[in-house]
Design a protein around this ligand. Structure first.
Ligand SMILES: C[S@@+](CC[C@H](N)C(=O)[O-])C[C@H]1O[C@@H](n2cnc3c(N)ncnc32)[C@H](O)[C@@H]1O
Length: 231
């Protein structure tokens, strides 16, 4: 499952319906992550960061920002985009384990858990538990509950498009998605869903005290976010 999804993210795709959509998406995520950074001295990891077009906004709020993505082409794009920014470091997933224990004040896993098996998420949470500072926070967000329908994603995208000037492009993009690899992969492998109770249980088993956040980050408020602190 994971390999197939990673192969999807590694190739050009049409998840963002146009350049404006991609730009406002990544700006919103960056601003919301930046707001969670506890201090200018903080070291932050954004795991499964994607193209992170506006990661400089997060970097401006912290001391060091580690951007990690499993797709080699995404990492190459990040390396080129942020080559001149000494605070931003691109990492492959294997390199995460070599970061210093208890050294990160904020770890973000946004819109990634649905592409991992539960065993993979458990392994990742165990790594995060080792890396997070005693007073640090792990944010696990964009979690899709079992009962949430794909229609909720459609409504959220159309609303986002309407408020950000790309409604027509969003309608076109949704039509393209119907015939895309994304749709085929989603039908074949599915996405991993978690109820609120499942997620709290997983976080607790990994050594965190978790709680559901009042608000998800990003544009889709029908998905859930969890704040996890080391026990
Ligand atoms: C939906 S995108 C989310 C990107 C970004 N976090 C955002 O919210 O815009 C999912 C990202 O997770 C990455 N990803 C998927 N599986 C991964 C894995 N096992 N390890 C690291 N990255 C992974 C993909 O390459 C892709 O860039």
């Amino acid at each position: 499952m994971t390999g197939s999804w990673l192969a999807f993210w590694d190739k050009p795709h049409a998840i963002y319906v146009n350049a404006r959509h991609k730009d406002v998406h990544y700006r919103l995520i960056a601003e919301e992550i930046a707001a969670l950074v506890p201090s200018r001295q903080a070291r932050v990891l954004d795991y499964g960061c994607g193209e992170a077009l506006h990661a400089d906004v997060v970097a401006a709020a912290c001391a060091e920002l580690f951007l990690c993505d499993g797709a080699p082409s995404v990492r190459a794009g990040l390396a080129a985009r942020f080559a001149g920014d000494g605070k931003i470091h691109g990492l492959a997933p294997d390199a995460i384990a070599h970061l210093q224990q208890n050294s990160l004040e904020l770890i973000v896993l946004h819109s990634v858990a649905q592409y991992l098996s539960t065993a993979e998420l458990q392994a990742l949470l165990a790594t995060f538990r080792r890396l997070i500072a005693p007073s640090g926070v792990v944010l696990v967000s964009d979690i899709i509950a079992p009962e949430l329908s794909a229609a909720a994603d459609v409504t959220a995208l159309l609303r986002f498009g309407a408020t950000n000037g790309f409604l027509l492009a969003a309608l076109g993009g949704l039509t393209r998605t119907l015939f895309s690899d994304y749709r085929r992969l989603r039908a074949r492998y599915g996405l991993t869903h978690y109820s609120e109770a499942d997620m709290l249980q997983l976080l607790s088993a990994a050594g965190f005290t978790g709680e559901r956040a009042a608000k998800n980050i990003g544009h889709n408020q029908s998905r859930m976010a969890f704040v996890a602190r080391p026990q």
